[in-house]
Write a protein that binds this ligand. Structure first.
Ligand code: MRU
Length: 362
């Protein structure tokens, strides 16, 4: 999508072909900076410290990590090592495993001399496929937004989202935001309530990208959503997801479940947007999805820019109080109105998912 008129993806190979570039998301929304990834360990580090984040982008970065590993040393031993290192970076987003298993299947049977070229080519394809998938998710979600706009006689459509499932979390377009961008392009009066998403404030990334693309939005405290829904100020919720279980349960950023409960109580449609690589057919139910526990410093401290323009971190917890930081939660399928995928909107059920992706379910 666009940053002040210039089109960007969140990850791209450098024109010289020797390395990959990413937008360093740890510096956003305060500064825009591009970071080179020149070695597999750079890619692993970028995923681990969340310079890149969001399920689809984690998968794409891991794929390029494999390509960088094969450039350095295409041996069986290094193939195995790179799969291990990249696979251990973050536990919840299944797109990581999906990308790495795909790479293993492609590269292991090849002679070492052909692995680097094949890995580089496949990483590029994964990125291009992600863009096309998100565009399709956008078209399918747009149909839902259009209906609401028609029902409101062209009045403003208010959508609420949690975390960042925007173009920064994918290669381009985003999952939850793709329908928003298309609706905005079509001239629908759309406005987005952006949850701040403590503790890492991914909502600031969503606000940053919507703002730079010119989409009306309002940044709200995580606790505001229920109140807005009670007062008829939210027409629909769309979030992304890091892993969907075979029964339609959905893991996403911590706090998503509470938004789904509030939406259910207030009769607000709650949709989850996802590309098919985010479905984990091997996991029967959401309770079996591994939930990442992150460092407590993310909860104890708040980061921001001071009045002098400098970045600062302040502690908000009293000395000695323990903190906890579960990074994701599971929204039960019964609270999900529908799953917006590249093939259409599925019921959040085993049958709904299987109906749209019979070959993958098998
Ligand atoms: O911890 P993060 O920032 O990687 O978590 C991201 C999310 O939870 C997103 O909502 C999810 O990955 C969907 S991204 C299209």
């Amino acid at each position: 999508m666009k940053i002040d008129g210039t089109h960007y993806r969140s990850i791209w190979p450098h024109a010289d072909g020797g390395w990959v570039e990413i937008i360093d998301q740890t510096r956003l929304p305060y500064e825009f900076g591009v970071l080179p990834l020149s070695a597999m360990e750079d890619a692993a580090h970028a995923i681990r410290v969340m310079q890149v984040r969001g399920a689809p982008l984690i998968g794409a970065t891991a794929a390029y990590g494999m390509a960088l590993a094969m450039r350095a040393d295409p041996s069986d031993a290094n193939l195995h090592e790179a799969l291990q290192v990249l696979g251990a970076t973050r536990p919840t987003a299944v797109n990581l495993r999906w990308a790495l298993e795909g790479m293993r299947g492609l590269l292991a049977p090849l002679p070492p001399g052909r692995r680097a070229g094949a890995a580089w080519g496949r990483a590029g394809e994964i990125c291009d496929e992600d863009v096309e998938i998100n565009r399709s998710i956008g078209r399918n979600g747009l149909a839902l937004i259009r209906k609401i706009a028609e029902r409101k006689g062209g009045g403003r459509v208010n959508l609420l989202t949690h975390c960042n499932a925007g173009w920064l979390a994918t290669v381009d377009w985003g999952t939850a935001t793709a329908p928003v961008y298309l609706a905005h392009e079509e001239g629908i009066d759309i406005h987005v309530w952006v949850d701040e998403t403590r503790p890492r404030n991914q909502g600031a990334l969503t606000a940053w990208e919507l703002g730079h693309h010119g989409v009306p939005h309002t940044y709200i405290a995580d606790n505001a959503g229920g109140h807005l829904m009670q007062h008829g100020m939210v027409d629909l919720v769309i979030t992304g997801t890091d892993r969907v279980a075979a029964n339609g349960d959905v893991a996403n950023k911590i706090g998503t479940y509470l938004k789904a409960l509030a939406a259910h109580d207030n009769g607000v449609p709650f949709y989850v947007a996802l590309p098919s690589p985010t479905i984990d057919w091997s996991v029967e139910k959401g309770a079996d999805i591994p939930i990442e526990e992150r460092g407590t410093d993310e909860v104890e401290k708040v980061q921001g820019r001071g009045a002098d323009g400098a970045l600062a971190s302040v502690t908000v917890t009293p000395p000695g109080s323990p903190a906890a930081n579960p990074a994701f939660d599971v929204t039960p399928a019964r609270l999900v109105t529908g799953l917006i995928t590249e093939r259409g909107v599925a019921a959040a059920t085993r049958e709904g998912l299987r109906g749209l992706f019979p070959e993958l379910a098998a």
